[in-house]
Design a protein around this ligand. Structure first.
Ligand SMILES: *Cc1c(COP(=O)(O)O)cnc(C)c1O
Length: 404
């Protein structure tokens, strides 16, 4: 077989992603190595997925052990890893029941369908409105792009599912006006990830909970990006004084093995009656075995406080660099999900920073055109963070403030 190149990629893949910059062959810990042998510090974590880094020995062992037992059964049969994982997730969250899926979008799809069905059963078809937020991201299925608050992801895919109301994020008045007896659910991220690493205002989240209780609507929290330790708590909602009805998790749940979960309280979950929803791969034993081990590794007080500590260290370091270079309006986020928000005069140029980082052998992300986003493995050490900061020092120093 001849060496595969990025021109091969360009020739055979649908063009929706654009052509990536590197072909990566392997990863260990917080580093990945490309086909040319260059090694990169991974501050992107496969978009907030590789929470335990790459090829974590205990995750590899869990996967290999399960791979030698049984790969797939379907939901006509039960398997031990799925039962064990559901029990473990219920034990450490608000949830009473779990539905397994394979991606964030699918978990959200399940959450939206469940909320609709619950409202339908309790009150009839009129109670179907779902309140969502501008700039929110909930996935790429037709239902989830309709819930999402970025119109460009919906363009040209109509007719779209109806019944969504989009309101500005982090403003209370528009929310109070939007919610009514017709509201079946409110769907929200505790930190908008793709939408610019924007933490929710705690007052808004509390108001949403109270209003949902008043009108009998479900509070769905999309923790696909914020869940599994990313913010320094197991789930981001646990920073707040509220209890959700539904929470979705994916990304770091399998640390790179595709698995997702929708967690729900009893009064909501019971509306997924026999035959009302399903997934061939959902609850796949390999995914569940990996996630069970991931949950055990991540949900340790030392691990979660490590995330808070290294996240705070990184944030302080970025703020110090910003005092020196003045590129950002502010650095925001929580734990190891951080966003550096470009000043208005540099808007549209976050991609340049990602490209410059790549030249210095570091992977990072954008969250929209104006935000440099970091979502590294949670095992990032203080020394790794300092390594990243010294590279950012060079990157910010070279950033052309007045491009010709
Ligand atoms: C990534 C993401 C999704 C979609 O997850 P997929 O696994 O790509 O379907 C949904 N919601 C949020 C908040 C995300 O960050």
């Amino acid at each position: 077989m001849h060496a595969l190149t990025l021109s091969d990629y360009e020739a055979v893949m649908t063009p929706n992603y654009g052509v990536p910059s590197r072909i990566i062959r392997e990863g260990r810990g917080v580093h990945v190595t490309d086909v040319d042998g260059d090694t990169y510090l991974d501050m992107a974590g496969g978009i907030a997925v590789s929470a335990m880094g790459h090829c974590h020995p205990e995750l590899v062992a869990a996967l290999v052990a399960q791979a030698n037992r049984v790969w797939h059964l379907s939901n006509t049969l039960a398997n031990e890893p799925a039962i064990a994982l559901a029990k473990a997730l219920i034990e450490v969250t608000f949830a009473d029941r779990v539905f397994f899926a394979n991606s964030g979008a699918e978990a959200n799809e399940a959450a939206l369908k469940l909320a609709r069905r619950a409202a339908f059963n309790e009150c009839g078809p009129e109670k179907h409105e779902i309140i969502c937020f501008e700039n929110a991201f909930h996935g790429r299925t037709l239902f989830t792009v309709s819930a999402g608050g970025q119109p460009k992801y919906r363009e040209g895919f109509g007719p779209l599912p109806g019944g969504f109301i989009h309101i500005p994020f982090n403003e209370c008045a528009p929310f109070e006006r939007a919610i009514s007896e017709k509201t079946c659910a409110v769907m929200v991220e505790v930190v908008q990830g793709e939408g610019g690493v924007r933490p929710i205002c705690p007052t808004l989240l509390e108001k949403i909970r109270i209003a949902c209780d008043r009108v009998g609507a479900r509070l769905i929290i999309d923790e696909v990006q914020t869940g599994m330790g990313r913010t320094g708590r197991l789930f981001g909602y646990q920073h707040h004084d509220i209890t959700p009805d539904i929470v979705t998790s994916a990304k770091s749940l399998g640390c790179g093995f595709p698995i997702a979960a929708m967690l729900a309280n009893e009064a909501t979950a019971q509306h997924f009656t026999l035959g009302s929803h399903g997934s061939t791969y959902g609850g796949n034993p390999m995914g569940c075995a990996v996630a069970l081990k991931a949950l055990e590794l991540i949900n340790q007080p030392e691990m979660l406080s490590h995330v808070e500590r290294v996240g705070a260290h990184l944030q302080a370091g970025l703020n110090a660099l910003n005092t020196k270079y003045g590129l950002f309006e502010r650095v925001r986020g929580r734990g190891l999900l951080l966003g550096c928000v470009l000043k208005p005069e540099f808007h549209g140029r976050a991609g340049e920073l990602v490209k410059a980082a790549l030249d210095l052998k570091m992977l990072c992300l954008i969250a929209g055109p104006n935000v440099l986003r970091l979502a590294p493995p949670l095992i990032l050490s203080q020394a790794n963070a300092d390594d990243a900061l010294s590279r950012f020092d060079q990157i910010f120093a070279r950033f052309e403030k007045d491009p010709a």
